[in-house]
Design a protein around this ligand. Structure first.
Ligand code: 13P
Length: 258
């Protein structure tokens, strides 16, 4: 039995302005009141401009929801127009920052070097990076999904000490399963999540490999989450579309009741 606490993180992507974000987090707080959260952690990753409002609502309502950002700058501070630093996020009580999401890689040209720099910047600021990795459809069809994903993982974690690596959350998000409704089978998710853990084992030893949470992401819903979570190496989910509905996301958090 794993001692890792599952993490259900809702990536809102570029949805919901601050008023809508406020409504959703309040609704989510209510919906979670009916869920057994003794062994599961729930987080939301709103757009940057929603963070302050959402944080205030979480604090005021003492909601059992951790906060995270969808990205973080690789730089500490200064003349980087449009960027948001790790320190700005920790000042908002953020715990997490997603790094290297496939949409950042695809639409913003973020490569291994920038992803690696962002992982390090997040750790420096005291944030837990959620390092996203996963293969496009062509690589899956060619049977190269493990190789491709592990290369992204190696790149993202390059130069980290064992102590730093132990703090990272990894999210395996096959690109072909994101927003498509085409969820990976539990076996597909397990295969790659297991290989991710084994690479951590080779690089940093058992303690790190057994501590790091490896999430699955891609069309996760309340209807499919339990089967995916039943797999040994899957420690949670990074949820896009289904995290925009309070009841549905609360059901995902309560996957054990399904
Ligand atoms: P969907 O759950 O909408 O497929 O998105 C997954 C994702 O990209 C989460 O980061």
């Amino acid at each position: 039995m794993s001692t890792r606490t599952p993490l259900m993180a809702g990536n809102w992507k570029m949805n919901l302005d601050w008023k809508q974000g406020l409504a959703l987090v309040e609704e989510l707080g209510e919906a979670l009141a009916n869920v057994d959260l003794s062994d599961v952690e729930v987080a939301v990753l709103p757009p940057f401009v929603d963070l302050r409002t959402v944080q205030t609502a979480i604090d005021a309502g003492k909601l059992p929801i951790a906060l995270g950002a969808q990205d973080v700058s690789a730089h500490e501070s200064g003349a980087y127009t449009g960027e948001i630093s790790g320190a700005m996020l920790t000042a908002l009580n953020c715990t997490y920052a997603a790094v290297g999401h496939s949409e950042r890689r695809q639409y913003h040209g973020e490569d291994e070097a920038i992803t690696n720099a962002k992982v390090k910047a997040a750790l420096e600021a005291g944030l837990t990076p959620i390092l996203c990795v996963g293969e496009p459809l062509e690589e899956r069809k060619a049977g190269k999904h493990v190789e491709y994903t592990l290369a992204q993982l190696e790149g993202g974690l390059e130069g980290l000490s064992a102590e730093q690596a132990a703090k990272v959350v990894v999210a395996y998000e096959p690109v072909w399963a994101i927003g498509t409704g085409e969820v990976a089978t539990p076996e597909d998710a397990q295969e790659v999540c297991h290989e991710i853990r084994e690479l951590l084992r080779v690089q940093h030893g058992d303690q790190v490999a057994d501590a790091v949470r490896v999430l699955y992401g891609g069309s996760v819903k309340s209807a499919n989450v339990a089967d995916i979570m039943a797999k040994d190496d899957v420690d949670g989910a990074l949820v896009g579309g289904a995290s925009l509905k309070a009841e549905e996301f609360a059901k995902i958090a309560g996957f054990r009741a399904a």
